[in-house]
Design a protein around this ligand. Structure first.
Ligand code: SF4
Length: 330
């Protein structure tokens, strides 16, 4: 956990500070590594040992050797990915109801069918998918590395197109940036948090912050991305903000956890959300209380996630291929 966060923790309500004291104590005494996604509640962001996007979380889970338990504060596919990448480690997931609705758009059968109908076309599966779906993918990607991976897979398969699943907006963006014809599996897959954005949201945000630069996630629709000053994953948006101290007014076109995170890091900037409702309900299921409950019951099994061995063994190749192809991304 980042020691500098104590100054922010001291501003939280006393009941949250009391919960955090207990969590920090248990985390240390039970040797638990806490991974959290950037979309988590601010109180959870503050106690994370590693705070990042899906790629950063997967990398940390894969290389972790010392911790006895890895506690994942994110949505279910993130805990499953940690389990696949570190099969000997105990993966703890504090809230089973914390799911990504986008992951439900596709299953292993749909990908298998696409591959039967399109032999020799690589299928790139967004990491926001179930462990079972990953057993059928040629490679997994995140929003940080989707473009690099699409180009590499087209070359490797010597194919004139790619299959991309399940996000229609990210798939369309990848097709536009790479020029590679792309089949989206299924056509309607999307993230409800980002897919809701429209020009009205942007007009309203611009009224509030006329000089605000829009930094948007590629899960957003084309009409929003066309107006964006910068497009990137959550980590790339954070990095871009850091690298541009001259940009003082920012409109965030991704889940509002990033607004909390950036406002905390850059108090000299005015940072507003593109839409007040851009909140991922799945991510927000996890609370300090649910983390504490999980920490008190680490060995009870109730909070444990373990992907079936046959699924883990079959899906790990697609994840490892992503890791290999995206080595250059810091
Ligand atoms: S923000 Fe969207 S894609 Fe991300 S976890 Fe939530 S539902 Fe899934």
């Amino acid at each position: 956990m980042n020691e500098k966060n104590w100054k922010y923790i001291k501003k939280l309500p006393q009941k949250d500070q009391d919960l955090i004291d207990q969590i920090v104590e248990l985390k240390k005494s039970r040797n638990v590594l806490l991974l959290a996604h950037n979309y988590q509640r601010e109180s959870v962001q503050l106690i994370a040992d590693i705070l990042g996007d899906s790629l950063a979380m997967a990398r940390s889970a894969q290389k972790e050797k010392d911790a006895k338990y890895i506690l994942v504060c994110g949505v279910k596919f993130m805990a499953e990915t940690a389990s696949i990448l570190n099969q000997d480690k105990k993966i703890i997931f504090p809230e089973k109801s914390s799911i990504c609705s986008m992951a439900e758009y596709v299953d292993a059968e749909k990908i298998k069918k696409y591959k039967e109908n399109n032999p020799n076309v690589p299928v790139i599966l967004y990491i926001n998918s179930t462990a079972e779906s990953k057993t059928q993918a040629d490679v997994v990607c995140t929003s940080s590395n989707a473009i690099i991976i699409a180009k590499a897979m087209k070359k490797e398969f010597n194919s004139d197109k790619i299959g991309f699943s399940p996000d229609k907006n990210l798939g369309r963006y990848v097709a536009e940036k790479t020029g590679i014809p792309t089949d989206i599996i299924p056509k309607e897959g999307n993230c409800y948090v980002h897919n809701q954005y429209n020009i009205e949201h942007l007009n309203r945000a611009k009224q509030k912050l006329p000089e605000g630069k829009l930094l948007a996630h590629p899960e957003s629709p084309k009409e929003i991305l066309d107006k964006a000053h910068f497009i990137g994953s959550t980590s790339q948006i954070i990095k871009y903000t850091k690298q541009h101290p001259e940009i003082k007014k920012i409109i965030i076109g991704t889940e509002n956890g990033i607004v909390d995170l950036l406002s905390r890091e850059y108090p000299d900037k005015t940072i507003i959300p593109l839409c007040e409702d851009a909140i991922c309900k799945g991510m927000k299921q996890i609370t300090l209380k649910s983390i504490l409950n999980a920490l008190k019951n680490l060995d009870a099994g109730e909070y444990r996630i373990k992907v079936d061995k046959w699924i883990a063994d079959k899906s790990i190749d697609a994840i490892n291929k992503m890791m290999e192809l995206s080595k250059t991304i810091k």
